[in-house]
Each structure stands twice: as C-alpha cells, then as structure tokens.
Design a protein around this ligand. Structure first.
Ligand code: PMP
Length: 444
C-alpha cells in the first residue's frame, strides 16, 4: 500500500515558487514527490496534510522528549507568553533554570543560554579558543555539530576506498571558506592512539576537542569507556578543552546526559533539543574558570536569547525530567522496541545489532556494530534505505537516512509499540521481497 501524498505534492509545487526546495531546512526536502507537510502532531504521533497518520521516531531530530503538544509544557509556555517575550534584559527565571541544569549536570558549574544547538557549539568553540589562546580544533568523523562554518566538514564515507588511504575531508556546503580547513583536524572515533599522535604533533595549536560520545547523527555509534577516559586525560595533558556536545544526548540518555551515563566530566558542554520539549532554547555550560571568560573578553548574547516562552517551557520540561520517571519510561520503551524488532529480524535470519542508548538507538544490519564512521561504511545500509519508504507508507516515520537513530518520547505508549512492531514486520517483508526481486539478498 502506497499512501497518498497528493496534497503535500501539490503544496510542494506551490511552495517551490517562494521557498528554496519548498522548505525551510535542506533536511526537510525528501524529494519532489516525497516531501511531507505537517498538519499537526500530538503525543508520539503526527498527521500530514493528506491526513496520513504516523507514529513518529524522528521527533524533530530529538527535541520532543515528552511528546508533541505536551499539556504540562504548553501550559507553562502560555504563562511565558504573559511575561512579554524578550527585553534585552534578564529575568529571574534564568537563574532558576541554570540552578536546575547545574543540579542535573555536575560539569555545568556556570551556564549561558543560546537559542539553538548551533549557537551553543559556536559559543563553546569561541570560549575554548579564548581560554587556551589556540585556534585549531578537533572534530570526530561522522559528527554533526550544527550549521556554522567551523563545523561544516565531513568525510564522504560512502565513496571511501580504505585501500587508498585516509578518507577525504570536504566542506559540507558551498560557501564555507576553504581556509577554515587549515584550523580543523578530524579523527576517527575510538582510536586514542590517533588522538594522541595528533596532540603530540599539533597540541601547541589545538584549543578544543569536540565530541558527541553517542553520535546522534551517525547511527548512535558510541565511544567506548576506555576511549573517553583516554581522550579526557589526553585533553588535560595537552591543554585542550574537551567540549562535549550533548545537543541530542542531553536530558535524554540520563538526567545528566551522556556524562552521567559514562561517568566523566566535560570542560564545556552544550545542550539544546530535549531541554525545552521543542521550544527553542540551548545552553553552553562548563567549568567556572572557562565560563567566566564570558563577560571578561568573550562576547556572547543575542536578541532572542532566553525568550520568556522558551525559558518557561524549559523550566517545566526539566522539572518533569528531573522529578518524574519519564526518562526511565522512555528507555524502557526503546528497549522493548529493540527487542521486538530484533525478534522479527532474527526470525528472518537477518543479522542486526542496536547501538547507542535505547532512547535514541541506531539499527545496523550487521552482527557487530560499527565502532566509528569508517566501520559504518562497511555495514549494509541498503536494507535500511529500502525499508524506510515502506515504513513511511505504513505510518511509521523514521529518517530516510540510516544515520539518524530512532528517537523515543514519553508519549510513545503500548499502542504505539504494538502498532510499530506489527508494521515493522510488514515493511520488512515488503523490503525483503523487493530486494530479492531486484536480485539482492538481505538474509545472511
Ligand atoms: N549538535 C548536535 C549533536 C546536533 O545533533 C545538532 C542538530 N541536530 C546540533 C549540534 C545543531 O543544533 P541546531 O539544529 O539546534 O542548531
């Protein structure tokens, strides 16, 4: 059964005349006849303008931690409207939300708010450079840290031939100045020797090491405990600021994010997404001696920073995440989903594994999960890419790109789980017969 997207397609044709690609983010364009326009969403489900209903595992790329249109958060946001918006002055609530963050995340000794993950990571990078006086920085292959020039670099693994040496490093967008490349180093995840060699050779110029230990834009490939411990001490040894990007993992994988889950402390860390259940608020936080650079020599601000609606929504969201078992409920759902999918896959002899945290798990069609982005290139993501459109047609919304994990929210309930597993089974069978007809073989 192929669902109708007639109205979405019609709207796309109209929107294209005024909006580049007919959308407001390149990632929302899924092709001329596949770009979906949303009517509304509630809980763990959303509806497109053709009336198709979906159980959503994208959740806006993660922010919707409790569920769409959560009544508790929306009531707080409505009170936030009454306060008046932005004033180019501060409110008392900034302090109380910062207190809550510091309680949940021990590394967040001091806190500054931003609007988006991009802004928060930009601020962290600037702060690290200012503190160390060193402009170069390190990113991890497969990582995503937002849409600013310093972060828009990637290794095109789909075309990588390991026999020809190291993967190429390219700008992810035209318009990113090539000269920035001279400041940036990229390392594979889970290779502490490589990091050490890099620091040995260039540590005198490197101010920041930017890492997302559960790679929320790369199938949730996860740093090992040993690698994190090694990276942590190498940063100390070479005077490099460790920036942990918790834009996706923060207030999701544990109350204290990936730092609590894996028992370590960043020098600086960034948060966004789950902090406001979808209302736009972000955070850069960290060690007091570094954070005090704000207001000393480092500029930070922005007209819309700490809008009263977003801040009120974040206060309520964090209260719920901190004081109720919401995150446990989410993790349990994720585990049940993985177990159910695992059974369906095993029954068909399909090798698979799940990685990351159950609240944002990545699905691989191989028994051994990848330990970095180079390994990902070797996994069979063609199965996922064939499966996703069938899931969409059946009303299960996942990202077409296999590098996005499955996000869970508190509002995903038993009915969502049963329906998802039932449809996953149907979609998988459709995929297998499609691939077999095409001459491929998914079963091992
Ligand atoms: N860091 C990470 C880890 C992210 O996943 C994202 C967004 N997906 C960002 C930074 C950028 O956040 P934003 O889209 O809010 O600018």
């Amino acid at each position: 059964m192929v669902r109708s997207l007639a109205r979405s397609n019609q709207h796309f044709a109209k929107a294209l005349a005024r909006l580049p690609l007919g959308v407001t983010s390149n990632f929302r364009y899924w092709g001329e006849d596949k770009t979906i326009y949303i009517d509304h969403a509630k809980g763990g489900r959303l509806w497109d303008i053709d009336g198709n209903e979906y159980i959503d595992y994208r959740l806006g790329y993660g922010p919707c931690i409790l569920g769409y249109a959560d009544e508790r958060v929306d009531a707080a946001a409505r009170e936030g409207i009454e306060i008046g918006g932005v004033f180019a002055l501060s409110t008392e609530r900034e302090y109380s939300v910062a207190q809550r963050i510091a309680k949940m995340v021990p590394a967040a000794e001091l806190v500054r708010f931003s609007n988006s993950g991009t802004e928060a990571v930009m601020a962290a990078l600037r702060l690290a450079r200012a503190y160390t006086g060193k402009d170069s920085y390190v990113m991890v292959e497969g990582g995503y840290h937002g849409i600013f020039d310093a972060a828009l670099w990637y290794t095109p693994m789909k075309n990588w031939d390991p026999s020809k040496g190291e993967p190429e490093i390219l700008a992810a967008s035209d318009g990113v100045p090539g000269m920035i490349r001279k400041l940036m180093h990229m390392v594979p995840l889970n290779d502490a020797n490589r990091l050490e060699d890099l620091f040995k050779a260039n540590g005198a110029d490197i101010g920041a090491y930017l890492i997302e230990p559960i790679m929320g834009n790369c199938c949730s490939i996860t740093a090992t405990q040993q690698y994190l411990n090694d990276a942590r001490s190498l940063c100390e040894q070479y005077g490099v600021i460790m920036i942990v990007d918790e834009v996706k993992t923060g207030f999701r994988v544990a109350r204290g994010g990936v730092q609590e889950l894996m028992g370590f402390k960043a020098d600086l860390c960034t948060f966004a997404k789950a902090i406001g259940n979808g209302y736009p608020l972000a955070v850069v936080a960290g060690r007091e001696d570094i954070m005090r650079k704000f207001g000393d020599d480092v500029v930070h601000g922005g007209t819309y920073t700490c809008h009263s609606v977003a801040l009120a929504a974040a206060e309520k969201t964090l209260e719920i995440l901190d004081e109720t078992p919401a995150l446990q409920t989410i993790a349990e759902y994720g585990s049940n989903l993985q177990q159910g999918m695992g059974k369906i896959l095993s029954a068909r002899g399909i090798a698979h594994s799940f990685v990351g945290h159950p609240s944002m798990g990545g699905l691989f069609f191989s028994e051994t999960p990848p330990s970095n982005y180079r390994d990902w290139a070797k996994t069979d993501y063609t199965v996922y890419e064939a499966l996703a459109p069938h899931l969409h047609d059946l009303g299960i919304l996942c990202e077409p790109d296999s590098r996005e994990p499955l996000f869970i929210c508190e509002a995903h309930d038993r009915a969502c789980l049963d329906e998802t597993l039932d449809k996953f089974e149907q979609a998988l069978d459709l995929t297998l017969s499609q691939l077999n007809t095409a001459g491929g073989s998914a079963a091992s």
